[in-house]
Design a protein around this ligand. Structure first.
Ligand code: HSE
Length: 293
């Protein structure tokens, strides 16, 4: 039996659309076993317990790449990462499935090859790269290669995720994005994402408010999330350093100074009067990424 633990991720980090992401200490654990025949699931809703399951499809892609014929597969899922909330649940299934299959086949693929295969399956690298490697990652894809680098974030930051009770698929959230952007908006994001990386690396946290602004995706997607503008404003009024959609949403990630104990209680009171249920999780960055337990 092979057990793989994969962290949740928060992608984009405001202006870093499709290229920035970080891993958080919330985990899915997948167990894999080669069995005599067939496909078996444990801990999986009946509607996903079939050959179209993303974990299984990712395993098959890995087996095909390696040229390994599995007799049959059993997959057990222990889920902590909420589904379709912008916290990298799909990325965890893809990365977990590929690592599990690679282990069954004898550990043939390198981490780099696993990352490239996972990016091929997901379509963009900003969730799968931190899920695999941990920490905060800049990752881009060019001609089927993934170029990525880890950013060392200075100490003193706290991460919160505000997770609503409704789902939003990445597909729907990408469908509201425009086909083209204004040159000025491109320049706006290039400046912000550069400043964001410098501020996080150097510990210039007071710059995060301005550095986490974005004009490429959040204003379009925010309309799909009831209360988004009000919640963002409330977090900013409470003195938070950066507030942005986690991946394609609907979860909102908040960066705050470590030690600002007021935020957790106050944001919970604010969210409790909204029409949807919101859960506030205080999380830390996961520096390790996916690992075989
Ligand atoms: N960068 C992706 C997006 C993350 O914003 O659509 C979600 O998969």
């Amino acid at each position: 039996m092979i057990k793989v633990r994969v962290p949740a991720t928060s992608a984009n980090i405001g202006p870093g659309f499709d290229c920035l992401g970080l891993a958080l200490n919330l985990y899915n654990v997948f167990s894999f076993e080669e069995i005599d025949k067939g496909l078996q699931f444990e801990g999986c809703d009946a509607e996903f317990a079939n050959e179209d399951n993303l974990i299984y499809c990712s395993m098959k892609r890995c087996f095909e790449k390696i040229g390994y014929e599995a007799r049959g597969i059993k997959i057990k899922i222990e889920n902590e990462i909420p589904v379709s909330r912008g916290l990298g649940s799909s990325a965890s299934c893809i990365v977990g499935g590929i690592i599990g299959a690679n282990e069954i086949a004898g550990g043939v693929l390198t981490r780099e090859e696993i990352l490239e295969l996972a990016t091929e399956v997901e379509g963009h690298p900003d969730n799968v790269a931190p899920a695999l490697l941990g920490g905060m990652i800049v990752a881009i894809k060019e001609d089927n290669h993934v170029f990525c680098s880890k950013i060392s974030i200075s100490d003193g930051l706290k991460f919160y995720t505000l997770i609503p009770d409704f789902r939003l698929s990445t597909e729907e959230s990408r469908s509201v994005l425009p086909k083209t952007i204004d040159y000025k908006d491109g320049v706006f994001n290039v400046g912000r994402v550069s400043l964001l990386i410098a501020a996080l690396t150097n510990g210039d946290f007071d710059l995060l408010r301005v550095a986490s602004a974005d004009r490429l995706h959040q204003s379009y997607r925010g309309k799909l999330i009831e209360g988004f503008d009000d919640i963002k404003k409330k977090c900013e009024d409470l003195g938070c350093l950066g507030v942005f959609l986690s991946g394609a949403g609907p979860t909102i990630t908040v960066l705050d100074k470590d030690g600002n104990n007021k935020f957790y209680g106050e944001i919970n009171s604010f969210l409790s009067i909204l029409s949807n249920e919101w859960e506030v999780k205080s999380l830390d960055i996961d520096l390790e990424g996916a690992r075989v337990l």
